[in-house]
Design a protein around this ligand. Structure first.
Ligand code: KG4
Ligand code: ZN
Length: 345
């Protein structure tokens, strides 16, 4: 029985995992707190994590019908993320491991996203027996990257964003359109009734041979478009068309580059995870593109796309099963930890 904590950004989460099964997963989102400021305020996030950690952990233990003394191991996100936010969950988990005299694991947040598409069903459970090498797209508010997952727990970053992340692009362009933070889910909702071909926005780096992404040019293009056509924002139909057109530009780039990388490397499987993987157009277009190209696709379940401790716990248990040593109880957080470094540890 393993308890995992996740506090890298604005979700306080705790989960209990046993034998690849998610026995409980509790997520307390701070979205409402931060939306007033148009983005995550690190100091407020850390304070809110401190307030939430004990009730969220208690709820996860109670939903799993266990008490703390039944735990065999404790894990927490070690990085990357907001330093003070990370510290709250990481240090609490270390303290609990110390008190219970159980092993402790510090987990890389993106590595947890990377394996989250292998967790599915009701109740959620990991199925690593189906694992095969894949190209993995991680798309969140902070990161956009393409990773070659060569084997279980072995991966190589092929490319990442050189400026804004895809989620950041959704959030920033949404703000220009007048939508509340985080604008990604709202653009998704409004785009449903819109015409994606109404307005033509750039698809940066879509044909670039590198696996990197860039979204700040698209954001700038939306900024000028809105400045030059302010009246559009007063008409719901135009706003929907605008959302659909922006969404389609982002999705086109993500889908085309992911499929291209899979084909170039001769892989037969594609996975996707992270908050933006909730986006319905991305799910639909990636599904269609993978079908056209004879690729198997595993999309993270919607509950596991946005930040959660279940994915952290699943990976931690996997690492323990594969005899990876537990971490020191005096280890520190790693706010800028790169995914590549996890291969060597
Ligand atoms: O993975 P996540 O919860 O946190 C980070 O690690 O950043 O991702 C949050 C991001 C936000 O930018 C949010 O706007 C975006 O995911 N997002 C979406 C959707 N749901 C969440 N973007 C587009 N469409 C959605 N349905
Ligand atoms: Zn994340």
């Amino acid at each position: 029985m393993l308890l995992a904590l996740e506090t890298s950004c604005d979700e306080t989460s705790a989960a209990v995992i046993h034998d690849g099964r998610v026995l409980s997963s509790v997520v307390s989102s701070q979205i409402r707190l931060h939306s007033e400021y148009g983005g995550v305020v690190p100091e407020l996030a850390a304070r809110e994590h401190l307030r939430n950690l004990i009730p969220v952990t208690a709820a996860a233990l109670s939903e799993a019908h266990i008490t703390a003394d039944q735990l065999d191991a404790i894990a927490a996100t070690r990085g990357p993320g907001l330093p003070h936010a990370l510290m709250t969950g990481f240090k609490s988990a270390q303290a609990l491991a110390f008190a219970l005299r159980k092993p402790f694991l510090g987990i890389h947040h993106h590595e947890a996203h990377l394996y989250s598409p292998w967790v599915s069903g009701k109740p959620l459970a990991a199925d690593f027996s189906a694992f095969e090498p894949n190209i993995s797209l991680i798309v969140s508010g902070g990161h956009t990257m393409l990773v070659h997952v060569e084997g279980e727990l072995k991966h190589r970053v092929l490319g990442s964003t050189v400026d804004d992340a895809a989620g950041e692009c959704f959030d920033k362009t949404g703000k220009l359109i007048g939508l509340p933070y985080p604008a990604g889910p709202e653009i998704d909702r409004l785009a449903e009734k819109g015409n994606a071909k109404a307005f033509d926005f750039p698809r940066p780096m879509i044909n670039d041979p590198a696996d990197d992404f860039s979204f700040s040019g698209l954001k700038t293009s939306v900024r000028y478009f809105v400045r030059d056509h302010p009246a559009l924002l007063d008409t719901p139909k135009d706003v929907s068309d605008l959302c659909a057109s922006v969404q389609s530009a982002i999705v086109d780039v993500l889908v085309k580059k992911t499929v291209k990388a899979a084909r170039r490397l001769g892989l037969r499987c594609v996975t996707a995870s992270g908050g933006v993987t909730c986006n319905r157009a991305l799910r639909k277009e990636l599904t269609a593109a993978c079908q056209r190209n004879g690729l198997k696709l595993r999309l993270a379940e919607k509950d596991l796309c946005t930040d959660n401790a279940a994915m952290v716990g699943i990976l931690a248990e996997r690492k323990l099963r594969q005899n990876q040593a537990s971490d020191s109880l005096i280890g520190e957080i790693r706010p800028n930890w790169s995914l590549e470094m996890t291969n060597d540890e």
